[in-house]
Structure formats: structure tokens, C-alpha cells
Design a binder for this molecule. Structure first.
Ligand SMILES: NC(=O)c1ccc[n+]([C@@H]2O[C@H](COP(=O)([O-])OP(=O)(O)OC[C@H]3O[C@@H](n4cnc5c(N)ncnc54)[C@H](O)[C@@H]3O)[C@@H](O)[C@H]2O)c1
Length: 251
């Protein structure tokens, strides 16, 4: 799957799934723009992959617009945007603070709109493109203690389809990816230990708790994004990269 000459922008590209996605697209020949709140992390991944690192807070429209202006100045276009940045927001519904719940919607939902809007404007100038959203298996399979995270992720699936509906005519494809249980800055050892204990299984069993008994890696997810970026006749859909979880089958 060649991405030779294509420009890919990845939000939250400084860590975890985003960083691995930058590496996979760069290995396929793409020129990456790595956007992250953590500029040092973005610069490090950019240096490793021959791209540019950009400081960007995806919750701040001015910051997003400035980042896309920098992408245009450097590359003149953007072909693939992977709207990936996100945070965890644990808490049962009666206990999660209003502040964290709202913050989660800012980062895990509204930011995707700000990024999509900036992406569409630049993609239209270039005659089309592809926007990919990192949603989550939780978006269709709610779990206790995950509402503050899952609710905005469910809304992202709707947002993805809304952009697909409104911008197919511009040659812009929009698709989402639902992953689960991937080691990263969010899914830390501590988080894995807590979830495993709550389910009465070992950490390894928890991470392989899917039909394929396969621990999903950031590389699996990155390859899922690469696959979607090449699917020229596909828009408005969801790809699962979760090892197979029946309750997480999209419907
Ligand atoms: N790890 C999993 O099991 C899993 C499963 C499904 C979906 N996801 C999603 O994958 C995405 C990436 O998360 P990850 O697991 O790689 O975690 P991570 O913490 O390793 O990476 C998240 C990155 O986003 C950046 N970020 C956070 N807020 C930002 C903001 N306001 N502006 C710009 N950048 C910001 C962080 O600095 C970090 O580099 C998230 O959307 C997450 O919800 C993760």
C-alpha cells in the first residue's frame, strides 16, 4: 500500500497509537505532519519519520487553524487526516465530575469537529482527501465506569457519518476505526491491572480477551488506518481492530 508523495496529518501523533500511525504511514512513503499538545513528543516522532512536528491543541480552534496553515505552507496540501488525539475519563455516572465529563466531550468529541472542519477546507483546495477518526469499541459497547469516555466516542461515529454525507461530493471520504485494549499512554499497565482485577482475570487474559485471543497492538491499529486510507470506494463506515469482540460488532 503505497502512500508515496501523500501528506498525512496525525493529531495526538506524539504518543501511542498516533505515533505508531505516523511511523506506518511514513514507512509507506507518506510525508507526515505530527500534531500534538506535547510539542517535544511531536518533534521527536517527526524527526524519526522525516516529517514536521507541530504544537496543536485540538480543543482550540485557533490552534487547529494555525496547524493546518502550517501544513499548507510546508506541503501545499493534505491527503489524509487522522483525528486521533484523545484522553481517558474514568468514573461511574453518579461519580464523574461535571468538569471531567465536559472536558472529555471537548477532547473526545468537539475537537474532531474542529479538526474535520480545517481538514475539509484544505482538502477541497486539493480536490479531495480522507479523514479517519479514532473512535473506540466502547462507542458501541458501553462498559461500567466508561461513560464519560464512551459517550463522546459514540458521538464521533455520528460526526464521521455527517461529514461523510456532506463532503462525499468534494471527494472526501470519512471513516472511523474502533479499537480496544491497546497499550499506550491511556491504556497503561496500571489501567490494565485494574480492569483485569475487576474482571477476575490475569492482565494477559484481559488483553487477549477477544475472539482471536490476540493482543491488539498500536501497529495493528495503524495498519487499519492505512487500509482505510486506501479504500477508495468506502465512506461512512467503521473498521473494528479489536481482535473480535461480539458486543462491539458495529450495527
Ligand atoms: N489505547 C486504547 O486501548 C484505545 C482504544 C480505542 C481507542 N483509543 C483512542 O486512541 C487515541 C489515541 O490514544 P492512545 O491510546 O494512543 O493514548 P496516548 O495517551 O498514548 O496518546 C494520546 C495523544 O494525544 C495527545 N493529546 C491529548 N490531548 C490533546 C489535545 N487537546 N490536543 C492535541 N493532542 C492531545 C497526547 O499528548 C498524546 O500524545 C485516543 O483517541 C483514544 O481514545 C485508544
Amino acid at each position: 500500500m503505497s502512500m508515496k508523495g501523500k501528506v498525512v496529518a496525525v493529531t495526538g501523533g506524539g504518543s501511542g497509537i498516533g505515533a505508531e500511525t505516523v511511523r506506518v504511514f511514513a514507512a509507506a512513503g507518506a510525508r507526515p505532519a505530527v500534531l500534538d499538545l506535547d510539542k517535544d513528543a511531536a518533534d521527536a516522532v517527526a524527526a524519526e519519520t522525516g516529517g514536521i512536528g507541530l504544537s496543536c491543541n485540538v480543543c482550540d480552534n485557533d490552534s487547529v487553524v494555525a496547524a493546518f496553515a502550517a501544513i499548507k505552507a510546508e506541503f501545499g496540501r493534505v491527503d489524509v487526516v487522522i483525528s486521533n488525539a484523545g484522553i481517558s475519563a474514568p468514573g461511574y455516572m453518579l461519580e464523574i465530575s461535571d468538569e471531567l465529563f465536559h472536558r472529555s466531550f471537548e477532547v473526545n468529541f468537539f475537537s474532531h469537529h474542529l479538526v474535520s472542519r480545517a481538514a475539509v477546507k484544505l482538502m477541497r483546495e486539493g480536490g479531495g482527501g480522507c479523514i479517519l477518526y479514532n473512535a473506540s469499541m466502547v462507542a458501541v459497547n458501553p462498559g461500567p465506569n466508561l461513560g464519560g469516555y464512551g459517550a463522546p466516542k459514540a458521538a464521533v461515529l455520528y460526526l464521521m457519518r455527517q461529514y461523510a454525507v456532506e463532503h462525499g461530493k468534494d471527494g472526501i471520504r470519512c471513516n472511523a476505526l474502533n479499537a480496544a485494549r491497546v497499550r499506550s499512554g491511556i491504556t497503561t499497565d496500571k489501567f490494565i491491572a485494574e480492569r483485569a482485577e475487576a474482571r477476575g482475570v490475569s492482565k494477559e487474559e484481559y488483553m487477549r480477551g477477544n475472539l482471536l485471543q490476540h493482543e491488539v497492538t498500536a501497529n495493528d491499529v495503524a495498519n487499519g488506518f492505512l487500509l482505510l486510507s486506501q479504500a477508495e470506494a468506502t465512506t461512512g463506515t467503521i473498521l473494528t481492530v479489536d481482535g473480535g469482540i461480539g458486543a462491539g460488532f458495529p450495527r
